[in-house]
Design a protein around this ligand. Sequence first.
Ligand code: 13P
Length: 263
Amino acid sequence: MAVNGRTPLIAGNWKMNLDHLQAVAFVQKLHWALKDAKHEDDSVEVAVFPPFTDLRTVQTLIDADKIPFAFGAQDLSTHDSGAYTGEISGAFLSKLQCGYVIIGHSERRQYHHETDEVVAAKVQAALRHGLVPVICVGETLEQREESGPTAVSVAQLEVALEGVPASADIVVAYEPVWAIGTGQVASPEQAQEVCAALRAVLADKLDADAAARTRILYGGSVKSSNVASFMREPDVDGALVGGASLVVDEFAAIIRYQKHVGV
Ligand code: 13P
């Protein structure tokens, strides 16, 4: 448990990697790696975000072996059912016992032209079905140069939270686009500056209790060698990890970040 009362969340966004057979091997190996190291299950929450086609398998494995990982999907439809070929309803995800769903990842904004309004509709869809939305925000390098470090993320979060109940359970992920998959990681101070601004949005839009318990993650080239420096920042409550979440030993080392530098 962190000093501020928020349990750190280390989340692995697999993106379009690992099929359902590879997912079984990965989740088992990660579980063993953490068990061997006597990972304290309640000190850090671990979540994995596999592709849709893996979710049933991952859910069955986690359930059968009592593996203490949360899991979720990488996207969902704004609609609940109907003639929307290729879409996945939040109702289906919640039946699969997904706890979370990533919404508004910059790759969806970029490659699938998801606007802030679509992101807001997806947040509503997630909440309708009892899923905790992991709302991703972040600026491109161009936007950072034009409007400063916080403006884009703050504006994206404000729209995403429109109409959200004040007591809602959500997670926010700050992922500067220029740091995703590039190895060009933000500094802990840069991450803190934006996360503090996002915290202020939460205080404005949510009730005091919900704002205080909402976790804000940093994402973008997180590795075992830099995760602890982010986790030391007061407004960073976890990490959303891409590439490094696909390597068992590396992801396990990220989850055990307290070990590295005694945070
Ligand atoms: P990388 O960790 O590969 O930079 O990806 C971050 C990310 O997009 C997580 O959602």
